[in-house]
Design a protein around this ligand. Sequence first.
Ligand SMILES: Cc1cc2nc3c(=O)[nH]c(=O)nc-3n(C[C@H](O)[C@H](O)[C@H](O)COP(=O)(O)OP(=O)(O)OC[C@H]3O[C@@H](n4cnc5c(N)ncnc54)[C@H](O)[C@@H]3O)c2cc1C
Length: 544
Amino acid sequence: MTDQPAGVAQEDALPPQPETVQRLRPTADLATAPPVVESGAPPGSGDLTQELLRSDQWTDQMLATAGIPVTDVPLVSVGGGIGSFVTVDYLRIAGVSTDRIKVLSNLDFAWQTYEYLTRVSQIPKPERIRSDSASRPDNIWGFPSYALAESVSERTFAPLWQVLVEPIFADYYTPKAGRVFAGLERESKRIGWNQMVVKGQVRMVRKRQGGGYFIILTPMAGSTSTKRLAYRAEFVHLAVGYPGLKFLAELQDFRTKHQDFHHVVSAYELHEHVYEAARTKHLVVMLRGGGIVASRVLQRLMDDRERHGLTTEIVHLFRTYITSSHGPNAWNRRKGADGFAYQGFNYPKSVWGGQLKARMRRLEGDDRATAYKLMGGTNTPYRRRWQAQMKQGRNAGWYRTMAGTVDEMRLENGKIVSCVKTPAGMVEVAADFVIDCTGLEADIAEHRVLADLLQHSGAGRNPVGRLDVERTFELRGSASGPGVMYASGATTLGGYFPGVDTFLGLQVAAQEIVDDLARRGFCRRIGTFRSIRQWLRWARNKQP
Ligand SMILES: Cc1cc2nc3c(=O)[nH]c(=O)nc-3n(C[C@H](O)[C@H](O)[C@H](O)COP(=O)(O)OP(=O)(O)OC[C@H]3O[C@@H](n4cnc5c(N)ncnc54)[C@H](O)[C@@H]3O)c2cc1C
């Protein structure tokens, strides 16, 4: 496993990657790494020359002079994660053959980063993910639902019953992570995903003089004779996922000062050693954050306590402590208690097809930024099991919550002491481990490909600072002759459609992109008859 964060390119010579999950290490940990100095390579070397590095538009001749081999392909998707996967899935269903698409990615399989992040944040295969069957990334029709599929394969009515009585008499039904991965694997084989993937690290996308784009790939070490490969494409799709993770300043200062990446960890890093240590001795663990990841980590600590008879104490710090239902008015409220804000899914349902969706499509500038702020805020689903466990912990005194912000962290007698500014004054909390579940995302410019786009290809930022895309997910300002660049996923949050960083959001984006490409004559439109015919092929596991 490399220690490089997904999407934060510090590459240039990619080592062979036996297990290529890219660990999302908080970007600030890389701050001590020497900056990448960009100086051009000599012409004919197969690498980026000074002329290429500084030109906003490239000619075919510039690539030839540099000695970089060029491959023509009509459409390139950059990233190769779930965003690329669902877009390519739509394209295949819209009649595009595998030889007209290339997916440039550092992943071995499309759900690799997702599987890694869910696993380390305590959603291993047998556990249930947050979203329901509103979206199946392996099935654009969403039928049969995950609940129906689980019911049939496990010969039980329980999932169907749960769907019938949720959320009043049962928690929302959501599928097990393992089922989601298995579905993705099946669909990946069906659409010929591996035939389209080229492994490596994308370095940049630049406009081509005369139309279209060049995409520069640093291939796997030893796989080619030149350091770079170029793809010449009319259409580009960017789905590079999270630009990187960011730690809160005081956590970062502590890690840098003490070079301690063991006792202060992010929930998005492998931190199994914390649970292992808890099995060997009494521990105090400080948790920070109030979202689903904090709930999952908390559940793991509580489960282990119960299962192995441990004595772990948990101090849970919330920056914003929610005590009751809250919101701007009687119609727009979210439930809350004991620190948490509760919401079944990470967006209100009307985002997907209701009034909110329609309203967001009309909002511009500050109005859109304000609307995002209103519907935002950390939240987690209300699950009965978690409630029972927390209640037991509160009563017995091993689970304590507090509200505040940390001013400083120091090391004292082997403990990490956090100085917490609370409404009642300063409180010091000593813990053996601190698990940060705040999950701040880094700025898009931390991602090398996106930084290059902002600098050279006319891409701009939306009202919340991410990539500015049209309603069709075209990257505004980056058109190149008949060529179009699209973007989907977390890097486009803040656009006309809010739920971009979810399976359903990625599918909505994919549908918009494929409709736009159909208008431009690249593929067929997925109309009623094609859709029915293609679903029948999906059901029989036949290629599109
Ligand atoms: C813990 C957790 C739980 C979640 N649970 C849910 C859920 O229950 N339901 C839901 O709908 N959503 C969920 N999500 C969100 C979901 O994971 C994302 O919507 C989805 O995975 C994003 O897909 P993506 O393609 O944008 O990013 P990814 O799947 O991360 O793929 C992008 C990949 O591009 C690659 N890449 C980046 N830069 C380059 C480059 N320069 N060259 C080559 N490759 C590059 C990286 O490997 C990167 O991982 C969850 C997210 C997390 C973190």
